[in-house]
Design a protein around this ligand. Structure first.
Ligand code: NI
Length: 169
């Protein structure tokens, strides 16, 4: 099932998500649906609040279907190590048609649980590091625009408000 993507302005995106405690068939189905929804929206990462579900679940595929082994499921993720710094253009499916340069650590280790509840650690660099941080931020109710200068963020918010008023958001 493909879920519609929730857009900026919906409070679910700015609310910390709930810890997952039950690892059952329903969770596996939701994860399958999240991958399907992410690919349908042409994204490389998706967090559950982006489909209106406030639970600490994210999916990532920075290769966008190229490498089946690159599919990554993060349940209850926490960033445990960061290193270096890298600035790159970043966007979000919940803030369509906007992109901004964001500085983030270049190498990141996340600790999370898999679909069966098993704890693992994963280290990523560059795009994967960015995705690990971006999606974990989502589960903490934080959007990438919170990493921008107040000036840039306010400008973007004003543009979005205009689109909302025009019924184009
Ligand atoms: Ni996002």
């Amino acid at each position: 099932m493909i879920y519609p993507i929730v857009k900026y302005g919906n409070p679910v995106l700015e609310t910390p998500s709930q810890t997952v405690t039950v690892f059952d068939h329903e969770l596996k189905k939701l994860i399958d649906d999240m991958f399907e929804s992410m690919y349908a929206a042409h994204g490389v990462g998706l967090a559950a609040p982006q489909i209106g579900i406030g639970r600490r679940i994210a999916v990532i595929d920075v290769t966008f279907k190229e490498d089946p082994n690159a599919k990554l499921v993060l349940i209850n993720p926490e960033i445990v190590r960061t290193e270096g710094k890298h600035t790159q253009s970043e966007g979000c499916l919940s803030i369509p048609d906007f992109r901004e340069n964001v500085s983030r650590p270049n190498k990141v280790t996340v600790r999370a649980q898999d679909v069966d509840g098993k704890v693992f650690e994963k280290t990523g660099e560059e795009l994967l590091a960015r995705a690990l941080l971006h999606e974990t931020d989502h589960l903490n109710g934080k959007l990438y625009i919170s990493h921008l200068s107040a000036l840039k963020r306010d400008l973007m918010k004003r543009k979005i408000k205009k689109l909302m008023k025009a019924g184009e958001w």
